[in-house]
Ligand binder design. Sequence first.
Ligand code: C5P
Length: 234
Amino acid sequence: FPVSVVLPAAGSGERMGLATPKQFCSVLGRPLLYYTLQAFLNVPWVREVIVVVSQDWLQETSDILQSFSPTTRSKVRVVSGAATRHRSIWNGLKAVGSSTDVVVLHDAVRPLVEEDFLKRIVLAAKEQGAAGAVRPLISTVVSPTKDGSMLDHTLDRSQYQASEMPQAFRYPAIMEAYHNCSEHDLDFGTECLHLVQKYAGISAKLLLGPSSLWKVTLRKDLYAIEGVLKEEHC
Ligand code: C5P
């Protein structure tokens, strides 16, 4: 069945504190986005990859695509991003081919996605309507008082999981959720699994993902990714 991938890559990466957005930072001589794209383009059953980038990074993105063969890069389409992650994803979803059965959402800044896990997520979404990767929480979570300065209570971390990527959805279900959601959801929402639950009535299947799925967020993550990729490429 046809599977499409939407890769939001239009963020500015403010938390990294660098002028270059993290997805375009160089790792072993190539922009991070190259590795994420490569991971999906290596999967034969992925029909198309929609990359969502901001206008300012269109040229850099097209340079990255030149490093793939013409047949491989013909699977990629580039669309413009927007002010928030959800609005960028929405632009990507609208560009997906209408015969697509399952659409995978994945952050451009998680380059270590593996085909086996991707397949499990896609099959779960095909069956359930929506599926997402989760990881156990590393830190204990505390709830502070309203002004943030004092401990109010501590949560039992065994009761919670961190929501990671990839996530996959039956294409009509995620489209229904985005069509019906509010402007507020598009501006502030961070969780597509929540959107399909609220607006398409689908509870997602959660799958425990490998630790390599972590999101490159801080500068130190770039060094860590570099270490892993170095090992893989040796
Ligand atoms: O900022 P955050 O780490 O949550 O971003 C996750 C992914 O969403 C990144 O790949 C980033 O480029 C993308 N994004 C986007 N459009 C935005 C903000 C973030 O495509 N406006």
